[in-house]
Design a protein around this ligand. Structure first.
Ligand code: ZN
Length: 274
């Protein structure tokens, strides 16, 4: 019996078969067929070096790094382009391909003794043959939170949305930030909310998570909902990360919301059902 969906893995004990899935990566771009589907191992030269990614509906998937997207056939697309066009779990598989290839390129040498690291069979990890340093593929956790407060009498609740000072500045997004070492996810939410908009929240509830390959390899987004403790308190932006923050009635949210494939949007949609 084969597992449905995408199951991440690092089993390279059996060599790739011609019909296995192939995901060539160049920089932050990934190559697909002209019709948008995934390539097969047989579509690439026989001497290609493959790295295992796991299985998609039981079929093994492999990544390889190519030096440049120029002069190569097929369509080269960003992770966001794939996530926007192809159904899950293809975006998750593509994100893992980008993460694995980028991690291997940037973790070639031992950070302690400078020897060349060796792959640990069956794991997304490398080990130093000289000093035995173990180097697992790292994951950064980032939290995001949908904060609501009661609206005026007879009106729906309100949702806090923010605009960033950099990146897609026209978008109304959620308060978000990376988790620091020694911090729980919940503490990271409270700290980010305090730093970015000067509010205090309670009723923190876990919503869900999404592997995210846009803001760098190996990021896991963790979504929460929360209530603003003081319903009368307005957000105060820090002026550095954020340019604007505002509570919107749930029946009058702005049109410029995060894309449909993002957990930000899933959180917003779940907070404000249409
Ligand atoms: Zn070493």
């Amino acid at each position: 019996m084969t597992a449905p969906g995408f199951v991440p893995g690092a089993d390279g004990s059996t060599p790739p078969a011609p019909a296995d899935l192939a995901l060539p990566v160049a920089g932050r771009k990934l190559r697909t067929r002209d019709d948008g589907g995934l390539l097969r191992i047989a579509d690439l030269p026989a001497d290609t070096a493959w790295v295992p990614l796991g299985t998609l509906d039981g079929r093994p998937a492999w990544a390889t790094e190519v030096p440049s997207a120029e002069d190569r056939p097929g369509r080269w697309r960003s992770w966001a382009g794939i996530a926007a066009e192809l159904p899950e779990p293809l975006a998750t598989l593509a994100g893992r391909a980008l993460a694995v290839v980028t991690w291997r390129r940037t973790h070639r040498w031992c950070g302690a003794c400078r020897a060349e690291l060796a792959d640990v069979p069956g794991e997304s990890a490398r080990r130093c043959p000289d000093c035995d340093l173990y180097v697992p593929m790292q994951l950064s956790a980032a939290v995001l939170v949908a904060i609501t407060r009661p609206g005026p009498a007879g009106r729906p609740d309100e949702l806090l949305l923010v605009r960033h000072a950099y990146g897609p500045t026209g978008l109304w997004a959620l308060v978000a930030g990376f988790v620091d070492a020694g911090e729980t996810l919940e503490a990271a939410v409270r700290r980010e909310v305090g730093e970015e908009v000067g509010l205090t929240v309670d009723g923190l509830r876990y919503f869900g998570s999404q592997p995210w390959a846009m803001s760098g390899p190996g990021t896991l987004l963790v979504g929460f909902t929360a209530r603003s403790v003081d319903a009368a308190a307005g957000p105060v932006v820090d002026g550095k990360e954020l340019s604007e923050a505002r509570f919107f009635p749930l029946d009058a949210l702005p049109a410029e919301l995060p894309p449909a494939y993002s957990i930000s949007r899933w959180l917003i949609d779940a907070t404000a059902p249409v």
